[in-house]
Design a protein around this ligand. Structure first.
Ligand SMILES: C[S@@+](CC[C@H](N)C(=O)[O-])C[C@H]1O[C@@H](n2cnc3c(N)ncnc32)[C@H](O)[C@@H]1O
Length: 497
């Protein structure tokens, strides 16, 4: 290469490497201040508290870890995700799971260490080494969480132990970048404040967060904007302080606490989508299903103390009494998924425990009319197919004195008395809107007499899918009918979305 050209190319390159080196030194300095890692029992406690548990269908959920370090949270979250799939007979492929976890770590070496740990943990659970490696790569990003574009899909869970660094101690170039890019009210105090803010921003409504962090956000002046913004939008489920020696792997002088909260909409609801007459939520691509009729529930539903069916066949079961206003009080009952994910009836003879249980109910099961009409004696009336219920959904009891709605994230299967509304791809926020609007929209549809309208179903002008939703007459009889005219007018005005 002629010397002149060499000089022209090498100057920008030299500059680039100087900038890179300076950035690495800053990141290294930042990491030295805040790389305080979480002990495994605390990670377990936080993941349990937010419901990232393998009894749930985690393959439908999305977890954020904004500051992964060497992977304490993300490794355990990944283990639980793979076990959750295994328990359900779901194949843990890269395609299915790559979006279930997203972790950020600014320090290249630590991000690599986290990937190695995660891949090892998932390989130990039987994943092929290429799958384990690809997932670890997809899940853990080397990058700056505070400056990365937010996820448009949002997260159902956010967990971690965000960096705790006083603003003045953040290395200069990073501090300048944060001061320029982050909201003014959140900078200047401590780095963990914008971490919490940005994590909560990306948390879906009803999503849960669990952070090991200082409780100084509660009372310090620098966190006032944060408090004003978030306290009305959070339901704090617990906040417990613990000894630093129990929380961190390193020996540090700190006063941590564990904050568990759910993102709710107590106040400041974003404007609801405009209500337009004549449209139904089905017109907008939402799907409505009613829980499967079983034909003899005692045979298929296991109480909390029953344990006599192969675990991989069991899915959480929710009936009307467990759907509360805005939350689900699951009584730890399970239903047997009598159909596989493709909808084919399973053969009980291949599952000795199930066979033994069903045999106990054989006489009752055989008396049912579907069996007399030729169905196998062990078939439930409707199919019980886990993939039908795996997506997050809004649950609404068909019959209730007052309307109640709650979002289920767990892939649970509802009983026949519960409607489920599923959002179309990318429209979870709209589903949240319906959930969050329960005090308004749903009540408007149900309130007092709306139920008398035979053609209306729980969310106003949702037209009944063929043969599946309950009878409006029955609903009408069970809700108080006081003023039908008002109801008709209301329903005419109440289109959903
Ligand atoms: C307190 S440690 C927690 C690590 C891990 N979550 C744990 O609990 O063991 C915080 C980590 O955040 C990383 N970090 C700091 N600033 C960051 C940023 N802007 N984006 C991503 N990671 C960052 C640090 O390098 C450090 O490893």
């Amino acid at each position: 290469m002629p010397p002149a050209i060499h000089r022209r190319l090498s100057a920008p390159k030299a500059m680039q490497s100087t900038v890179l080196l300076a950035r690495c030194q800053e990141v290294d300095a930042l990491h030295k201040q805040c790389g305080i890692y979480t002990k495994a029992p605390v990670v377990d406690k936080i993941l349990d508290a937010v419901g990232w548990e393998d009894r749930n269908d985690l393959s439908q959920l999305r977890l954020l870890e904004p500051a992964a370090g060497n992977g304490a949270f993300v490794t355990e979250a990944a283990r639980r995700l793979v076990i959750s799939c295994r328990k359900r007979g779901i194949s843990p492929t890269v395609k299915l799971l790559k979006n279930c976890i997203q972790a950020f770590e600014i320090h290249r070496r630590e991000a690599l260490a986290a990937r190695v740990k995660v891949a090892k943990a998932t390989r130990e659970l039987g994943l092929h080494h290429a799958t384990a490696k690809a997932l670890a790569r997809a899940w853990i990003k080397t990058g700056d969480f505070l400056l990365s574009p937010p996820s448009s899909a949002g997260y159902t869970h956010a967990v971690g132990n965000p960096p705790y660094v006083r603003w003045a101690k953040i290395p200069t170039a990073l501090r300048t970048a944060y001061s320029e890019k982050l909201p003014r009210g959140l900078i200047g105090g401590d780095l963990f404040i914008p971490f919490l803010d940005r994590s909560l921003e990306q948390l879906r409504w009803h999503g849960r967060c669990g952070f090991l962090c200082s409780d100084r956000w509660r009372f310090m002046a620098f966190a006032e904007t944060f408090r004003t913004k978030w306290l009305p939008q959070l339901e704090i489920m617990s906040e417990n302080s613990l000894l630093a020696a129990n929380a961190y792997v390193e020996n540090v002088d700190a006063y941590p606490s564990i904050l568990i909260a759910s993102r709710t909409q107590k106040e400041g609801l974003p404007a609801a989508p405009a209500l337009r007459s004549g449209k139904t939520i089905k017109d907008f691509g939402f799907k409505i299903r009613v829980g499967p009729a079983l034909g003899h529930a005692a045979a298929f539903v296991l109480d909390e103390d029953e344990d006599d069916v192969e675990r991989q066949l069991l899915r959480p079961w929710i009936d009307t009494s467990e759907v509360l206003e805005g939350s689900i009080a699951w009584r730890r009952r399970y239903v047997v998924a009598m159909h596989d994910n493709e909808g084919a009836l399973i053969k009980p003879s291949q599952f000795p425990l199930l066979m033994k249980r069903l045999n106990r109910f054989r006489a009752n099961l055989s008396r049912r009319s579907i069996v007399q009409n030729g169905a196998p004696w062990y078939r439930p009336i409707d199919r019980i197919c886990p993939s039908d219920w795996a997506q997050p959904k809004l649950l609404i009891p068909e019959i209730a004195k007052t309307p109640r709605l709650a979002i289920d994230w767990s892939g649970a299967i509802p009983s026949h008395g519960v409607y489920a509304i599923f959002a179309p791809e990318g429209a979870m926020d709209a589903l949240h809107h319906i959930g969050a609007e329960q005090g308004q929209l749903a009540k408007r549809a149900f309130d007092r007499s709306a139920e008398a309208i035979v053609d209306a179903d729980p969310l106003g002008r949702v037209r009944r899918p063929a043969g599946n939703l309950g009878s409006g007459d029955r609903v009408g009889q069970l809700y108080r009918i006081e003023d039908q005219d008002t109801a008709v007018r209301r329903l005419d005005q109440t289109a959903v979305l």
